[in-house]
Write a protein that binds this ligand. Structure first.
Ligand SMILES: *Cc1c(COP(=O)(O)O)cnc(C)c1O
Length: 370
């Protein structure tokens, strides 16, 4: 069993993907070829935004969004401590200070009720993460940001492309939406890729310039930029994969609901999903007590699992200096208990049954909390 089954997906899409890639090899425009604009148009239409700007990775999407908003030294950026390192490293790279806020224990998303207290006159942006595929409380967050003099909100949507929140898509909910097309994400290419989404014409233009070394036109550099383009070949792969994406989202929803039912019947607590939104289940995550032993028991039966994430960012050596003592107890508790199970649109129900049965057997065999 694979943790993320990309082989079955390729088999299903092989003719389309191969043809799309072959076309790029023949026209030869490997950088900024026609597939780049074609993909941006398709993704903007899907997400429901005026603009989509493809970039080299999800990390680059976060970096370019922060750069477009002119985040820098002296600025503070409020974010969650329970995420992948890219969320915080991009803030720190620009010389700004990350301010870590704790999470809700059941969804593992940023606890928006604690954001107000973290704001100061120096707060320039808020970066919520749509963890495991579910959007955080973006409406409340947007209201707080607007009331605080129009702070920008960047949704780290690396795990949530395709998710719905109050009837709208992830990536279309705030100043910027930043997603990743890393192969194992809900919409993945065959290498690195990412995209930014916005309704703001000026910010979209800034992002387009920053991704090509800050050029307003060739060799005329009006701002500091990066080499942040997404390859034409990767855009071609995604154009082919988009043809099956609606089906995959449907399948993810069905498998996610099925996991929820099976886990609840086995008395196993999974990450909660709020009623006004869904999850695209980038990860299907449960809470267990003796995690190392549970993981080993599953591994012994050929069932791979993963831990997202074993430590909060404010306890990592590189970012400890930004921690506020006692500020993130829920993130620390989650970090010691979360366990992600195999999940992808091509997971079979038989394998899913096997995962839950093995997990239940491990817990009933003495690994359940007293
Ligand atoms: C994957 C991920 C990123 C980074 O995306 P890359 O494409 O790997 O650079 C950023 N934030 C979160 C929450 C992620 O899961």
């Amino acid at each position: 069993m694979q943790f993320t089954d990309l082989k079955t997906q390729y088999a299903a899409l092989k003719t389309r993907i191969d043809a799309r890639m072959q076309r790029v090899l023949e026209h030869g425009q490997y950088i900024m070829g026609p597939e780049v604009a074609e993909l941006e148009t398709a993704l903007a239409a899907f997400a429901g935004t005026r603009h989509c700007v493809t970039v080299a990775s999800g990390t680059e999407a976060l970096l370019i969004a922060l750069m477009a908003l002119e985040v820098g030294p002296g600025d503070e950026v409020v974010t969650t401590s329970f995420s992948f390192a890219a969320t915080v490293e991009t803030i720190v790279l620009l010389g700004a200070r990350p301010v870590f806020v704790d999470i809700e224990p059941d969804t593992c998303n940023l606890d928006v009720r604690q954001v107000q207290a973290a704001l100061t006159p120096r707060t320039k942006a808020i970066v919520p993460v749509s963890l495991y595929g579910q959007v955080a409380d973006l409406s409340e967050l947007n209201a707080i940001a607007a009331a605080h003099g129009g702070i920008s909100v960047i949704e780290d949507a690396a795990q949530s492309f395709g998710a719905l929140y109050q009837g709208r898509r992830s990536c279309a909910l705030s100043t910027f939406g930043a997603t990743s097309f890393f192969p194992s994400k809900p919409l993945g290419c065959y290498g690195d890729g990412g995209a930014l989404f916005t309704d703001d014409d000026a910010l979209a233009q800034a992002a387009r310039e920053i991704r090509v070394h800050g050029q307003a036109r060739r060799y005329h550099h009006t701002r500091v930029g990066v080499g942040g383009r997404m390859d034409t070949l990767q855009c071609a792969v995604l154009l082919a994969k988009l043809e099956r994406f609606a089906w995959e989202l449907q399948r993810r929803a069905e498998l996610g609901a099925r996991y929820q039912r099976l886990l609840a019947a086995a008395g196993i607590q999974a990450v909660a999903v709020r009623p006004d939104r869904n999850s695209v289940w980038a990860q299907m995550t449960v809470f267990v007590e003796r995690r190392d032993a549970v993981q080993a028991a599953l591994q012994a039966q050929g069932i791979p699992t993963a831990v997202h994430y074993p430590a909060p960012l404010d306890r990592q050596p590189a970012y400890r200096r930004f921690a506020t003592a006692g500020a993130t107890p829920e993130a620390a508790a989650a970090a010691s208990r979360v366990l992600s199970l195999p999940m992808s649109a091509d997971l079979s129900e038989a394998d899913q049954d096997r995962v839950v049965a093995a997990l239940r057997a491990a817990l009933d065999g003495g690994l359940r909390p007293a």
